[in-house]
Design a protein around this ligand. Structure first.
Ligand code: UT7
Length: 332
């Protein structure tokens, strides 16, 4: 099916990169009072990759991006736009331009997009709009996060969950359309459920003129609230995106959810009536890598040959904001 503009969209490459160092649940139990049994049974997570101080968001993101470009058979100078979905930029002014420079994507505009663990879905939707309108033909998306920088390593309720990584995808204008439908949502009234918040310290510059300088506080999460939100809202948003795609649940080949908790994946699949063999899961190896988790999981199954060109993928992200969203697309 081709959209009204007559411009189709194809997903032509993916890539990923993770730090070399990993910490398993037994190692975690040396840090906080926890156990492999608790973490594995409550979340499905068994280990996570952690970026060394010498590694950066920039290096991981650039590696993932280069792998995606290679799969798409493109050189960086062919890119029109780079969108980096991240909450942990190396530079608060944005890290997308750093990736643009490292890739040598001299023609591409580049910007960061922040929608936490929904960031990659929001980035796909944003890219699709630039392609549909005929503005750009070739767009690189990167989802990357180094949440280990912002975790409270003494808080067992959160520190066992997160890991670092990067994933990327190339979206291109095409004759036949493979980006079938989407829905993105936000509810800022529940922002306090999951935060990585700036805390200002008042500083007087001159008489009566004060500014707030300070630092970001570690991740805080009401896990049960976020769990309930995800299990309720993710099936709804996938159903909406399916409706827009004129597809039924039975036509989904793969369910590709943000990798936060295996129990969330299982509950969403059950609510939608999607069998377990269609559910993509790699959080056992990587934990929750925030904006990276969807493209990282996609890259693994594509490179393993499980996902084939033409397969219908229902992807959905959810997390801080609160934000959530789904995109239905055919791979390739
Ligand atoms: O990426 C953004 C989206 N994030 C999510 O989707 C996360 C959603 N939330 C979750 O996945 C789950 O709520 C968690 C995995 C975070 C927590 O699982 P839970 O089954 O909701 O556990 P809980 O918070 O209800 O805690 C149960 C018990 C508590 O002990 P008491 O009060 O019952 O005695 C906790 O103190 O487990 C305890 N606990 C732990 N025990 C050992 C919490 N964390 C740990 C731990 N190790 N790491």
């Amino acid at each position: 099916m081709l959209q009204e503009s007559g411009i189709g969209i194809a997903m032509t490459g993916c890539g990923s990169a993770v730090p070399a160092a990993w910490l398993d649940n037994t190692g975690m139990s040396q840090l906080v009072e926890t156990s492999d049994e608790w973490i594995a049974s409550r979340t499905g997570i068994r280990q996570r990759r952690l970026a060394a101080p010498t590694e950066s968001l920039r290096t991981l993101a650039t590696q993932a991006a280069q792998n995606a470009l290679d799969m798409a058979g493109l050189v960086a100078t062919e890119l029109d736009l780079i969108i980096l979905a991240t909450s942990t930029a190396d530079d608060l002014f944005g890290s997308a331009s750093q990736i643009q420079a490292d890739l040598g994507a001299t023609k591409a505009a580049a910007f960061d997009l922040t929608a936490a663990c929904s960031g990659f879905i929001f980035a796909m939707v944003t890219a699709s709009q630039f392609i549909r309108t005929g503005t750009y033909q070739t767009i690189l998306l990167v989802g990357a996060d180094v949440l280990s920088r912002w975790v409270d390593w003494s808080d067992r309720r959160t520190c066992v969950l997160f890991g670092d990584g990067a994933g990327a995808m190339v979206m291109q204008a095409a004759e036949s359309d493979r980006f079938l439908g989407f829905e993105i949502r936000s509810d800022g009234s529940r922002n306090e459920c999951l935060t990585l918040a700036f805390q200002p310290q008042p500083r007087e510059l001159v008489n009566d003129i004060r500014v707030g300088q300070g630092s970001f506080q570690p991740i805080q999460m009401n896990g049960q609230e976020v769990y309930r939100f995800a299990v309720k809202k993710v099936p709804e948003v996938i159903e909406k995106a399916l409706f827009r795609s004129q597809l039924t649940v039975e036509q989904i080949d793969w369910l590709l959810l943000h990798q936060a908790n295996q129990r969330i994946l299982d509950a969403v699949a059950e609510r939608l009536g999607i069998p377990a063999h269609k559910v993509i899961s790699n959080m056992g190896k990587y934990g929750n890598t925030s904006a990276a988790s969807i493209p990282l999981a996609l890259d693994e199954v594509v490179r393993a040959g499980h996902v084939k060109p033409g397969d219908v993928i229902a992807a959905a992200g959810f997390g801080a904001g609160l934000t959530w969203g789904a995109a239905i697309f055919k791979w390739g």
